[in-house]
Design a binder for this molecule. Structure first.
Ligand code: EPS
Length: 361
């Protein structure tokens, strides 16, 4: 299973081709739209989220509500294109933390606009569209990918202990249900209110916020991925997929960095049948799924476009000036979590197809 996206943030639209989906998976445009809505909404998103409706066109690969085994092409027009058509707004002072500077030098542009257009997280709409198909395949095997936000800036959610979140299916499912009720996708609804206030304060100051989310894959069979080669390790593939999302700066599995402080006898999960008593490894040992919940945590940095900008340099005059300012989001951690679900689903579906083979499902 592989996919590529195309499109610029303020261009005509965003598209993707998903290749390798087996035939016979039930899909619907309504469900796909609902999935895209989950990514678009959220407290802290900017005005753009109200302009776009992420109406998605399935241009190929589906017939009578089922996948055909042929490449699936999805197209998401940008409503905002009408407002940008024929205009060119140069970005002359690279935004610290953004791809602006390095991209401009790399491709030899004389301003950063072309970089910003493609580096933009608008592209993640297409990833979520592809992820929907992967989720539908996983659903046939009762594998479910869920996520929730655990931290925005300095505010952490009060959640059941990490041990329980990682090893108990019911706990993960409940957290996901609660997250779906929160404007920030945070299962602690009281913390959600404090996080919203923090976002309001950041917005007023012209600042932005990042945070941490968790992704859990429930119902995973033993044996996805492999220890035999570096690029077949499931955790390596999942880490790359999550790390590829705009703004992500850290990814860990299970207890992650926490494991480094423990002695071996505390760190590892004893083997008992039918179920292990703990899941500190986060569902993967030696690059292979071990049948427990796959548990991933990722950190997102604050969005680089600041309304009260940091110092930068004018790329034409080389004089010091403030970084470029334009409309943007204040916080998009909840959206990033939905994108991460999609990326994780794509890797899991790929690994499942490798293990089982798959012309049809
Ligand atoms: C983005 C900046 C904002 C976001 C955009 C990603 O767009 P604009 O600059 O047009 O206000 O809203 O995200 C989306 C449009 C989306 O659908 O997620 C950026 O620079 O990454």
């Amino acid at each position: 299973l592989r996919f590529l996206t195309a499109g610029e943030s303020h261009g005509w639209g965003i598209a993707a081709v998903l290749d390798g989906m087996p035939a016979g998976v039930d899909v619907s445009e309504e469900e796909l739209s609902a999935e895209l809505f989950r990514r678009r909404k959220g407290y802290g998103r900017g005005a753009r989220a109200n302009i776009e409706d992420d109406r998605v066109l399935i241009a190929s690969g589906v017939i009578k509500g089922k996948t055909m085994g042929a490449p699936i092409c999805v197209i998401i027009p940008n409503n905002d294109y009408e407002n940008w058509k024929g205009k060119y707004v140069p970005i002359l002072a690279p935004r610290p933390g953004h791809a602006d500077f390095a991209g401009m030098v790399k491709y030899g542009f004389d301003d950063c606009r072309p970089v910003a257009e493609r580096a933009s997280a608008r592209e993640t709409a297409a990833r979520v569209a592809c992820g929907y198909f992967a989720k539908k395949l996983l659903e046939k095997e009762n594998i479910k990918v869920v996520s929730w936000v655990v931290r925005i800036g300095s505010i952490s959610a009060e959640l059941p202990p990490l041990d329980e979140r990682m090893s108990k299916k019911e706990v993960s499912e409940r957290l996901f249900e609660l997250a779906e009720c929160s404007e920030l996708r945070c299962p602690d609804l009281e913390a959600t209110e404090r996080m919203k206030k923090l976002i309001d304060e950041a917005r007023e100051r012209g600042d932005t916020l990042g945070g941490i989310f968790e992704v859990a894959v429930i119902g995973v069979p033993v044996g996805l991925g492999s220890y035999v080669q570096w690029d077949r390790k499931l955790d390596a593939r999942l880490a790359a997929a999550v790390m590829s999302i705009q703004g992500i700066k850290g990814v860990e599995f299970g207890m992650g960095f926490g494991l480094s402080e423990m002695v071996g006898s505390e760190a590892h999960d004893p083997v008992t049948l039918p179920k292990r008593p703990s899941n500190r490894a986060g569902g993967i040992e030696g690059g292979v799924s071990n049948g427990e919940i796959i548990f991933i945590r990722a950190a997102m940095k604050p969005i680089p476009t600041l309304q009260l900008p940091l110092q930068s340099v004018d790329v034409r005059t080389k004089e010091e000036r403030s970084a470029h300012v334009e409309r943007s989001d204040v916080c998009a951690v909840g959206s990033a979590a939905v994108v991460a679900e999609s990326m994780v689903a794509l890797v899991m579906a790929d690994a499942l197809l490798e293990m089982r083979g798959g012309d049809r499902w």
